[in-house]
Design a protein around this ligand. Structure first.
Ligand code: SAM
Length: 256
């Protein structure tokens, strides 16, 4: 994190978040140790690139976004935990957070969560290992905030979005999508169907996106919006069907 330290005098970096992050450098390094000095090459995270365990200042704006948004919430559901870097950012923002994490793999997340529990004893961290689409329907709890950073396919993220919306504790459904470029169709469908009262993406690599959707308190109107969303999802699926079918056939031929 030396580069970040060197830039502390710049307006963009001179803030509470940077100081918290620098203070957490030892935790960041210890995470790698806890993971046996291994990582999943090719898999990205909020704090490192996909090739080397080294802090990435290029993602500073998205790191700050998740930190800022979680500061004033008390419960979060996260899909996609990996080495716990987004989890660490959220715990730095709120050390007594109640957070439920889901990951299909626990090679790294299992060990890191145990470690972070010891660093943040006031937090309540739950972990479910499994496919989000199998786990989410079983969760009955409500959450103030959602972080969607698991599978990187528009269809899966759309299904995750539907589950998360059901679990929102408030009429203002707040969430962050990571790597938002991979679910452009979903973003369009959300904008076409719901009352999006705030949405923004920071300017950086592997952009994430904050989204706040006002759920109508009139159940009838709210159900109508959900219906509109499902209609738009089906419409976009049909529009993309020819290219999906072509990709499917090419894959089958390649595997013959
Ligand atoms: C990009 S990484 C998450 C990075 C993490 N948020 C961070 O900042 O350190 C994506 C994670 O999602 C998990 N994943 C992929 N598909 C999933 C699914 N269908 N259900 C649950 N987890 C999934 C992967 O195992 C991987 O650990």
């Amino acid at each position: 994190m030396q580069e970040l330290r060197n830039r502390l005098n710049e307006k963009e970096f001179n803030n509470e978040f940077t100081y918290q992050l620098l203070e957490a450098e030892k935790i960041f390094n210890k995470i790698f140790e806890v993971c046996g000095n291994e990582m999943e090459y090719g898999c990205g995270s909020y704090l490192i690139g996909s090739e080397k365990y080294e802090y990435s200042i290029n993602m500073y704006p998205k790191q700050k976004l998740i930190y800022d948004k979680v500061k004033n919430v008390s419960s979060v559901l996260e899909i996609g935990t990996y080495m716990g870097h987004s989890l660490l950012l959220m715990l730095l923002a709120n050390p007594s957070l109640n957070i439920t994490c889901i990951d299909i793999e626990d090679k790294y997340s299992g060990k890191v969560i145990e470690f972070l529990k010891s660093v943040f004893p006031k937090a309540r961290i739950k972990f479910f290992k499994g496919n989000s689409l199998k786990i989410l329907p079983k969760i009955r709890e409500k959450f103030d905030f959602f972080h969607i950073d698991g599978a990187h396919g528009n269809t899966t993220i759309t299904k995750e979005f539907i589950h998360c919306k059901r679990m929102s504790s408030s009429k203002d459904f707040k969430l962050i999508f990571d790597d938002v470029e991979v679910c452009k169709t979903l973003q369009d469908n959300i904008n076409l169907s719901y009352n999006v009262i705030d949405s923004h993406s920071p300017n950086c690599v592997n952009k994430n996106k904050f989204c706040q959707i006002r759920i109508n308190s009139d159940v009838k109107i709210s159900k109508k919006d959900d219906k509109k969303f499902r209609y738009n999802v089906a419409k976009s699926f049909l529009k993309e069907f020819p290219s999906r079918l072509t990709r499917f056939v090419i894959k089958k031929i390649k595997n013959m």
